[in-house]
Design a protein around this ligand. Structure first.
Ligand code: ADP
Ligand code: MG
Length: 686
């Protein structure tokens, strides 16, 4: 199967070098990828509609007779318009083409035509512009595939390449799923499925084909996820002999919430379980729910039991802050904490690396420099990744590989709808912090346009007078000529010079500053020396300054819903009332609906569901937040019950892996390999 699957598409008839390059651009270098390049839709030439019934957004098929033959209108040297009038028996409709002399013959009076495309209505007149056109009797008799195309490689061309690919593979395709699984789940054979997903005999055979391929996609994905997990999560020697959780609670300046206690208990149970398996757990909690405490409790337990712990975070600012937080919590407890980031001088880095290797450092906090090859631990027992959506599985796996199968906790501030977490996290165990620390009030969110900014400045001053602090987030660090967006530098100048902020302490913070500068500013802000921090989204993840209680987000239309929520999560972390003001002059429907959702809810889970609705799963998953998972057929929202059903089948197979036949195993393993080859494994996050 592998060799057939990997056959170069260039070997197919009609595929020259140029086409081959274009196919590669589409992600189709091999016969296997070609056969799995499914149509994005189908033209149905048998479902004939009347002009008056159609939905103007849809592509439809219309049968019409030409009643007034083609008129040729020259619009200049290079543009010619061809127009004819036709009737479907009830309504008249204009048919228009540009620069296409081949239509003349078909658009003769009296000809009966089938037209495929969108119908428009302009000033009460129906019109089809550049439809596909067949003389009656010559139309395709079945569903015709429509492929996503690129310049130079159009759907009809792909169609013919796929057809020759199918001919090439006929009779030689090996099954991608074991026979038994096909039979038990009532699924058709691969050859039938591939033929009919591309060239369905009829709608029923398309459904049968689709059902089989959806099954395959989910099943193989789910098994693949479990393989991935197996690679990371096997037996471990790291054990807790004694539970130090109560001692840790005693060191906290507050009482843990019930949700925190429950999550910590779940983790400790995993780690102490007699199965001696690694913990592999995801902790989901909305911004401000107190995830750091959970990480702290586990680190404390692991360290007290004689191991090292590592916490990896996506930004230096956050690494610094976590390091400070843990130093405070663990002060006087003889725990050695160090920070390792890329911006440390190489001599300092070297020293830290040596201490880690010798086991002198108990808790290492850092950015992705933790996974660089030169970092070796003496006995790493726990790996925590905070704000996991910033890391791919490859990065995390590399950190894990540094220990002798350490336990793994992955913390996520972006709540993912359950339907998605099921897919993204495979069978990772999940703990949820569904409770905020006490005395928290929801953040009040307002949306204003720039005309009301003067009033907003007044409001900010009132907050600052009250000895509270605030953030202003601008989309840019520096002025850019290309776009009319606010930047932190000018914003600060304007506040000082034009809006009467000179008696307050203002600072700017953005990603392009030197890390020492950033560090100092964050420290000063945390220490209350800065009243208002004018910054870019560098503060987006994790930053925790409880005294900050107002955040202004300028050009709010530039940010997605989850990102707005993350930014808003920087306030509302203390006892006082907090405010979030979104400033935007955008009239776009999408932005307005995002703002509305922000103003009505503080609940991250609700918001991410809404985000999913507004952006669609493709973009939601495709964004930097979740790596790059692209399903070809499965719609994560619509197919959720199917996904659950098939996940259960996958789970059963996986549990009984050792007892299924070698043949069956090798079929599944090959399919998993092919599946992950076509995706981007580095980016898959578990
Ligand atoms: P997250 O990482 O989930 O966004 P943090 O761990 O940064 O949240 O916690 C947010 C703030 O809440 C911090 O200032 C932290 O000290 C505080 N906090 C956490 N747990 C509690 C608790 N049980 N009671 C009071 N304050 C808490
Ligand atoms: Mg956090």
């Amino acid at each position: 199967m592998n060799t057939l699957f990997n056959t170069d598409v260039g070997l197919l008839g009609g595929v020259g070098e140029k086409t081959k390059d274009l196919l590669r651009k589409l992600g189709v270098p091999s016969l296997g990828a070609l056969l799995y390049y499914f149509p994005r839709g189908y033209e149905d030439w048998t479902d004939i509609k009347k002009v008056s019934q159609v939905n103007f957004k849809d592509d439809v098929c219309i049968k019409a007779v030409v009643i007034s033959g083609v008129k040729i209108i020259k619009l200049g040297a290079k543009r010619t318009l061809y127009k004819a009038l036709a009737t479907d028996g009830e309504e008249n409709m204009e048919i228009t083409f540009f620069n296409n002399k081949y239509v003349v013959e078909k658009l003769q009076e009296g000809n009966e035509l089938l037209l495929y495309g969108k119908v428009q209505k302009n000033f009460n007149k129906y019109e089809m512009v550049c439809p596909k056109m067949c003389v009656k009797g010559k139309e395709p008799k079945c569903l015709r595939p429509v492929y996503s195309q690129i310049n130079g490689l159009y759907s009809w061309k792909i169609e013919s390449i796929v057809a020759s690919g199918l001919r090439y593979a006929k009779g030689r395709l090996c099954e991608s799923l074991p026979e038994r699984i096909l039979a038990e789940n009532n699924l058709c054979k691969l050859e039938f499925a591939l033929e009919n997903i591309h060239f369905p005999q009829n709608k029923e055979s398309l459904n049968i084909a689709r059902e089989r391929l959806v099954f395959e996609e989910i099943f193989i994905w789910q098994i693949g996820m479990r393989f991935l997990k197996m690679g990371i999560c096997v037996k471990t020697e790291v054990k807790l002999k004694k539970d130090y959780t109560d001692e840790f609670y005693f060191s906290l300046p507050f009482f843990p919430t019930n949700a925190q206690k429950k999550a910590i208990l779940e983790c400790i149970k995993d780690i102490r379980s007699s199965a001696e398996r690694c913990m592999n757990r995801l902790l989901q909690g909305d911004v401000g729910s107190g995830k750091t405490v959970v990480a702290g409790a586990l680190a404390y337990n692991i360290i007290k039991n004689g191991y090292q712990a590592a916490i990896m975070v996506p930004t230096e600012i956050l690494a610094n802050q976590h390091c400070e937080t843990f130093k405070k919590i663990f002060s006087g407890m003889h725990i050695n904490i160090e920070l390792l980031t890329g911006s440390l001088k190489s001599k300092a880095q070297k020293e830290i690396r040596e201490s880690i290797k010798e086991g002198k450092i108990d808790l290492l906090v850092g950015t992705h420099s933790l996974i660089s090859e030169s970092v070796e631990f003496k006995n790493l027992g726990l790996v925590v990744t905070d704000e996991q959506h910033r890391f791919g599985v490859g990065q995390r796996a590399r950190l894990v590989s540094k220990g002798n199968n350490p336990h793994v906790l992955v913390m996520s501030a972006t709540p993912i709808p359950r339907s998605l977490s099921l897919i993204i996290y495979g069978d990772m165990d999940i703990s949820i912090l569904d409770e905020r620390p006490p005395n928290r009030q929801p953040v009040d969110t307002f949306v204003i346009d720039s005309a009301k900014k003067e009033r907003m400045y007044g409001f900010i001053k009132k907050v600052l007078e009250n000895k509270n602090q605030g953030y202003v987030v601008c989309p840019c660090a520096k002025e850019s000529e290309a776009e009319n967006l606010l930047d932190v530098k000018n914003y600060k100048e304007e506040l000082l010079k034009k809006h009467g902020f000179s008696k307050y302490s203002l600072e700017i913070l953005h990603g392009k500053m030197k890390s020492q500068e950033k560090e100092k500013i964050m420290k000063d802000f945390l220490g209350g020396k800065i009243d208002l921090l004018i910054c870019t989204t560098v503060i987006e993840v994790g930053v925790d300054v409880p005294n900050a209680c107002i955040i202004i987000i300028e050009n709010a239309e530039r940010f997605g819903l989850s990102q707005l929520h993350q930014l808003r999560g920087r306030v509302g972390r203390g006892k006082g009332k907090s405010y979030c003001i979104l400033v935007s002059d955008s009239k776009s429907k999408d932005s307005i609906s995002r703002f509305k959702v922000m103003a009505t809810s503080n609940d991250g889970f609700y918001l991410s569901n809404e985000d999913l609705k507004i952006r669609g799963p493709g973009e939601f998953l495709g964004s930097r937040q979740h790596g790059n998972i692209n399903f070809k057929l499965v719609n994560i929202i619509e197919d959720i019950s199917t996904i659950k059903k098939i996940s259960r089948v996958a789970d059963q197979i996986f549990r009984n892996w050792d007892s299924i036949s070698l043949d069956e195993r090798s079929i599944i393993e090959k399919s998993v390999k092919n599946f992950f080859k076509s995706g981007n494994q580095e980016n898959i996050i578990i």
